[in-house]
Design a protein around this ligand. Structure first.
Ligand code: AVJ
Ligand code: FE
Length: 438
């Protein structure tokens, strides 16, 4: 991906777009037309909206902007503008139907591939085109993760199938890893597909701290739950308690109690909650309450990234916890290869230089940090990509989940959401301050 010449870039971009489309197609072909246009939850768009929105963004950014081509469907730009229509309102719009949407995205793709084949790609143009194709690939993959979350909310028979995630453990792991005090380089100025909010690279000092070696498991979370954690005001922040009470939150989303045990529904399948998998579908507030109960706290975003990227041997920041090579199936549970997180310890090859496991893949991890631009932030390609979300109402999540494609995750990648959200594949790990010696 780094410094590809024009022809290699063309081949790489075409392959990445094709892979994304295979996934979009699988997720939308898995259900019938009625299911495609239905709103499975007020929190989500109908799947058919995501599909045409993917095409609409591709038309805007690749066909019109990069390619300078005539608009295909200027009449539908407004329908698929995420800022004009909140998710809850999307079903009532005059959306393209399933077959129209499929035909539209295919037409746009033909044009985009034509642009890719003909665009002169040298120098600055090459960098710009590489980014535009990267951005659109990641955009489609992000919506594929969103569509996977919609599938999880859908009622009825299981329609998605995948082999179970690995359950093998890497022997006993220490509960925590110590991260020494000092500076590290956060963010990036060179990662070719990095989005505006990941830029620029800048040095950050981080005090010494301890970080959980793995994400918090269902088993550990159950101890919090069974010891009355949801009923004890003292573990919750004010906003968290208000949310917990108003919505009567008593367990992670999709869990239920039956014959004395805890079960969950995952993509239409009912199963006992597995103790050694990372907990998933918890809100920021639940993560925060658990951490308080455990005598810990959530890591800041800088702490998370230092634990993931900092190599004490070289003093440099890596692209991924394991090094600079792109993720493989040995490194991390990504790419919807499995329909859930793997047991903790299942990816020893993916551990960071400091010895922290499963930072990339499995579950998105809540951090305690509000979403803001880094020093020197410059909105690109438009303010609506990230900048309009900056502020205290969004919390940063890191690391990607089993539903995230490798092309849409890296050590610098930043996701954000409201602290009440839990239909996303969200989990967490805890941190604590290191003892300061006097
Ligand atoms: C980065 C996941 C918060 O889904 O709202 C998709 C990605 N931006 N279309 C989102 C995105 C525009 C974004 N997140
Ligand atoms: Fe989008």
């Amino acid at each position: 991906m780094r410094e590809l010449g024009g022809d290699r870039l063309r081949a790489h971009a075409a392959e990445a777009l094709t892979r994304a489309r295979r996934r979009s197609t699988a997720l939308t072909d898995a259900v019938d037309d009625e299911d495609l246009v239905r709103q499975h939850s007020k929190l989500m768009s109908p799947l058919v909206w995501d599909l045409a929105h993917i095409g609409s963004q591709e038309e805007l950014w690749l066909v019109r902007d990069v390619g300078g081509r005539e608009p295909l469907r200027p009449d539908i730009d407004d329908l698929y503008d995420a800022f004009r229509h909140p998710r809850a309102d999307r079903p009532s719009l005059p959306l393209l139907g399933p077959s129209e949407a499929r035909a539209y995205v295919a037409q746009v793709r033909d044009k985009a591939l034509d642009v890719l084949a003909r665009e002169p790609m040298e120098g600055r143009r090459l960098t710009e085109a590489a980014f535009a194709f990267g951005m659109i690939t990641q955009h489609e993959q992000q919506h594929d993760e969103t569509m996977l979350a919609t599938h999880q909310l859908r009622q009825g028979e299981a329609v998605l199938h995948a082999p179970p995630a690995p359950s093998r453990r890497a022997g006993a792991l220490p509960a925590e890893v110590f991260v020494p005090a000092g500076p590290f380089v956060m963010g990036t100025s060179v990662e070719p597909w990095a989005l505006d909010n990941e830029r620029p690279a800048h040095e950050v000092h981080v005090d010494a701290f301890h970080l959980d070696t793995t994400p918090v498991t269902n088993g550990a979370y159950l101890e919090f739950l069974e010891s009355g954690g949801y009923d004890e005001r003292r573990w919750w922040s004010e906003a968290g308690w208000e949310y917990r009470t108003a919505h009567d939150i008593t367990a992670p989303r999709f869990w239920y109690r039956e014959s004395g045990g805890w079960w969950r529904i995952r993509f239409g399948v009912r199963e006992p909650v597995p103790a050694d998998e990372p907990v998933v579908h918890v809100s920021f507030y639940e993560a925060q309450a658990y951490a308080a109960w455990a005598g810990k706290r959530l890591p800041t975003e800088a702490e998370w990234e230092k634990a993931a990227r900092f190599d004490p041997a070289t003093g440099q920041s890596r692209r991924y916890p394991w090094g600079n090579e792109e993720p493989t199936a040995e490194h991390a549970n990504l790419g919807q290869r499995h329909l859930g997180p793997a047991a903790v310890g299942a990816y020893p090859a993916g551990a960071s230089a400091l010895g922290v496991h499963q930072l990339i893949g499995d579950v998105w991890e809540w951090t305690s940090t509000d979403f803001h631009g880094y020093p020197g932030f410059a909105a690109f390609p438009y303010r609506e990509y990230s900048e309009v979300f900056f502020g205290p109402e969004y919390k940063v999540l890191r690391g990607g989940s089993f539903g995230t494609d490798p092309s849409a995750i890296r050590g610098t990648f930043r996701n954000w959401d409201y602290p009440i959200r839990r239909q996303i594949f969200s989990g967490f790990r805890c941190a604590r301050d290191a003892q300061v010696r006097g």
